[in-house]
Design a protein around this ligand. Structure first.
Ligand code: ATP
Length: 353
């Protein structure tokens, strides 16, 4: 049975370092939630607090409505999976999976039954008697997950569990993890610095920077509607134009930039005089005219990527156009006219230094 996890104004300080600052959030029961952010942003600290290895300096954590203060890791309805899986190398797969059950005094017959069920769940029905050392990286990963699920946690906490695997396996395991989460219905809290992982697997993502939860939303909201300059910069590629807000009305802001006046959405309600940056994705810009925003810049070079052509323009501007054979020329050395719609751009306050 899955449970929800509530963080209420959670702060964690280590001496003068504030690793997590005033984070409030509810992860729903049965949800696949990812914390995404660069190294040092406080993701692991959140996981440690939820699992009970650390108590927050301030704030409360509730799991299934129950306040977790003073409740140790073994008494919480959580299980944790790390990057280095810490499987017992000399034990068989079945012994590894059954270990937590044995510690809890579950009788042998019942243990065996549950181990078999878990091996089916992770699609390794014949692996019970194998040694861990005989398994591939992806198989070990699945055994680690089976072992964590054996104790029937309501919440599974995953700390960059795929980062030790090679790229192909990592991509394959994304789909497996997602599928496993949906089949078990267990609440997953996943931490990663890899936006691809977060975007492909999660129901919702919480983007973190410097201990602060910058934005929470599903993948589309995070990608299409970033609410802070950090989120716009960290998730996906963006062109940026810095300047000063000249006008704001009807949910739009016009920004005076070195490329002229450019207009974008204004979700943060910036006013004239505010310093800000306009963000627009390379794939939302097109060669030619016919949109609210237009600018001209010389093409420095272009890359053919098969499905796409990336053109690089002076001023650090990148545009990406689908390769259909009829795209307008973006000729190196020549000026190009670039257009994009106001609704495809967003104007956001500059992040504090
Ligand atoms: P990574 O992806 O590198 O693990 P992270 O986002 O998980 O990074 P945390 O490990 O949560 O980040 O660390 C957040 C901040 O808190 C960092 O500045 C880190 O140095 C600091 N920190 C974490 N644990 C401790 C500790 N036990 N004592 C002192 N400082 C700590």
């Amino acid at each position: 049975m899955s449970q929800d996890v509530q963080l209420e104004s959670v702060t964690m300080r280590f001496g003068s370092v504030t690793a997590v600052r005033d984070v409030s959030l509810t992860v729903g029961a049965g949800e696949f939630f990812s914390f995404l952010g660069p190294s040092g942003c406080g993701k692991t600290t959140i996981l440690r607090m939820v699992s009970g290895f650390m108590e927050p300096t301030e704030g409360a954590i509730r799991i299934g409505g129950r306040d977790m203060r003073g409740i140790g890791p073994n008494k919480r309805p959580t299980a944790l999976i790390f990057q280095n899986l810490a499987l017992f190398p000399l034990m068989t797969v079945a012994e590894n999976i059954g270990f937590g059950l044995e510690v809890r005094g579950v009788p042998a017959a019942e243990r065996q039954r549950r181990v078999r069920k878990l091996l089916d769940l992770v699609a390794l029905p014949d692996a019970a008697q194998k040694k861990v050392t005989e398994l591939s990286g992806g198989q070990r990963q699945r055994i680690a997950i089976a072992r964590a699920l054996a104790v029937e946690p309501a919440v599974l906490l995953l700390d960059e569990p795929l980062s030790a695997l090679d790229l192909k396996l990592r991509q394959h395991m994304r789909a497996e993890l997602r599928d496993l989460q949906k089949r078990t219905g267990v609440t997953f809290i996943y931490i990663t610095h890899d936006q691809g992982e977060a975007l492909t697997m999660s129901d919702r993502i919480g983007v973190m920077s410097r201990g602060v939860l910058e934005q929470v939303g599903d993948g589309r909201a995070i990608y299409d509607h970033p609410e802070t300059a950090f989120v716009a910069s960290f998730v996906g590629e963006n062109n940026r134009f810095s300047g000063t807000v000249a006008e704001s009305a009807d949910g739009l802001a016009a920004l005076d930039t070195p490329h002229g006046r450019l207009v974008g959405r204004n979700p943060r309600r910036l006013s004239p005089g505010d310093r800000a940056t306009l963000f627009v994705r390379p794939e939302r810009m097109a060669a030619g005219a016919g949109a609210e925003n237009a600018l001209e810049a010389r093409v420095t070079h272009r890359d053919f990527e098969g499905a796409f052509i990336n053109a690089f323009l002076e001023g650090g501007i990148t545009i990406q156009v689908p390769h259909r054979g009829d795209e307008p020329p973006l000729t190196p050395g020549e000026p190009a006219r670039i257009a994009f719609r106001a609704e495809d751009a967003v104007v956001l306050p500059d992040a504090p230094a």
